[in-house]
Ligand binder design. Sequence first.
Ligand code: PRP
Ligand code: URA
Length: 216
Amino acid sequence: MDFKGGNMGKLVVTDHPLIQHKLTILRDKNTSSKDFRQLVTEMAALMGYEVTRDLELKDIEVETPLEKTIGKEISGKKIGIVPILRAGLGMVDGVLSVVPGARVGHIGMYRDPESLKPVTYYSKFPKDIEERTIILLDPMLATGGSLIEAIDEVKRAGATSIRTLNILAAPEGIKAVQEAHPDVDIYVASVERELNDHAYILPGLGDAGDRLFGTK
Ligand code: PRP
Ligand code: URA
């Protein structure tokens, strides 16, 4: 499903049955960290397929063992993926399994538990970031504060073509990101109901970083 309104970027809900099935297991509080990691990887691969669906192609000649023919090759900007630490790390291997040549940057950021504002502690990007389509990875888009700051950061580094891959997103967060960065397309597996008083997504899946890395 694809929504595009006014001057906003696209919001794409990746409703493939395999993604939706895996998401239900991910939500289950009884799913172990090991299975959670595996599922995030699998979902990121399937969503990676959707987020790259509109990449430009050009014709290229190829010689099979029998004859010459015309095949397709991806043209235009190359891909860079940028996980937002920690939880975005869980999506890296999945996306790399479908885009193995992507360069990988990193943004280290956490949400201050009192103010709920993002605090950036690290960033490192491919040096040709302006020539790449950057896909920001973070399973959770809650208030949108972290993603807005991460987009600011990659833009400051020179990125001009940006999309985001999030597993769950709250409506408030989507709106905030679209207002702050109307040029950015957002790909999610589910638009959730709301945020609770601690800015956790409902129904959600809990704390993605803790569930991925077993820290709670
Ligand atoms: C989580 C999540 C996002 C952020 C979303 O990270 O992975 O980065 O919260 O919230 P927001 O949209 O309200 O900014 P967290 O701060 O828990 O850090 P962690 O990944 O290191 O656990
Ligand atoms: N971060 C998480 O990991 N989970 C939420 O529900 C909100 C932010």
